[in-house]
Design a protein around this ligand. Structure first.
Ligand SMILES: [Zn+2]
Length: 262
């Protein structure tokens, strides 16, 4: 039986800890996803993917409850978006890590469904190693599935990354109940402020309605559940292979750095 903490008793967790090597924390966001995807898709996808990963790598992983909120300040102009501040998001992760540490967990894999969380996952991974001696790896799992091969025609020349052909396809596969098939919309992209060829190497914060008027990037009308399955299956096999390796990686005490040899 997969180790799903939300469904376990404490004696079951105690027994599972005998064989568990790492914890998986699914994180996502609650934010607008264009006219055609529900607000919870980032966490809904991450949670389901994390469950598949825990099943595939059983008994190595203990699956924690999901963190439904993420860093979505850039989506706040759209009704319904709820966000944490970066400091809060990091603090929650560090508190969960400290709790897991108290139970003997020294390796954590964060399965992330939202690109806006990535920069704080990086700082959290520094603090966990330094302050707790916990190794934290993190993955923006939809990007691991690869965008070549059968999918290259679907993605070619399109701005992807949010409520786009890629994300809509994944949701059609994983959670079709969160996709409005009758509202699939092309992104209404706005002239770029940063990050185009003319401003290469320059970046800055923008609110998402400055990028796309309807909140979507490109290609959702061409999304298919088959494409979503290809991406999900590829990500699952790559990340499962990582989990088996990560389970064996050495851990150290808080503040202890690896020795320089020679
Ligand atoms: Zn998303």
């Amino acid at each position: 039986m997969t180790h799903i903490m939300q469904q376990m008793t404490w004696p079951e967790v105690r027994d599972a800890l005998q064989e568990v090597k790492l914890a998986i924390i699914p994180v996502g966001s609650h934010e607008q996803h264009g006219p055609h995807l529900a607000m919870s898709v980032d966490i809904a996808g991450a949670e389901l993917f994390a469950l598949k990963l825990a099943e595939k790598t059983h008994p190595l992983c203990l699956l924690t409850p999901p963190l439904n909120f993420g860093i979505s300040i850039h989506h706040l102009p759209f009704p319904g978006t709820l966000t944490l501040q970066p400091e809060t998001f990091e603090r929650v992760l560090l508190d969960v890590a400290a709790s897991l540490h108290a139970h003997g967990i020294r390796r954590i894999l964060v399965v992330n469904g939202h690109g806006g969380n990535q920069h704080v996952l990086n700082t959290a991974s520094v603090k966990m190693r330094q302050d707790l001696g916990v190794r934290m790896a993190y993955t923006l799992w939809p990007t691991v599935g690869g965008t070549g091969g059968k999918l290259s025609n679907l993605l070619k020349g399109r701005r992807i990354g949010h409520a786009c052909v890629l994300e809509t396809s994944m949701m059609m596969h994983l959670r079709p109940d969160l996709v409005r098939q009758d509202a699939l919309a092309e992104g209404e992209l706005q002239p770029p402020i940063y990050g185009d060829a003319a401003t290469s190497g320059i970046d800055g914060f923008v609110y998402w309605n400055e990028l796309t008027a309807n909140g979507a990037f490109e290609g959702a009308p061409d999304a298919t559940a088959e494409a979503g399955q290809i991406i999900t299956d590829a990500a699952l096999s790559k990340i499962a292979a990582f989990v088996t390796r990560f389970a064996e990686v050495e851990v150290d005490a808080a503040g202890v750095m690896p020795k320089v040899s020679g």
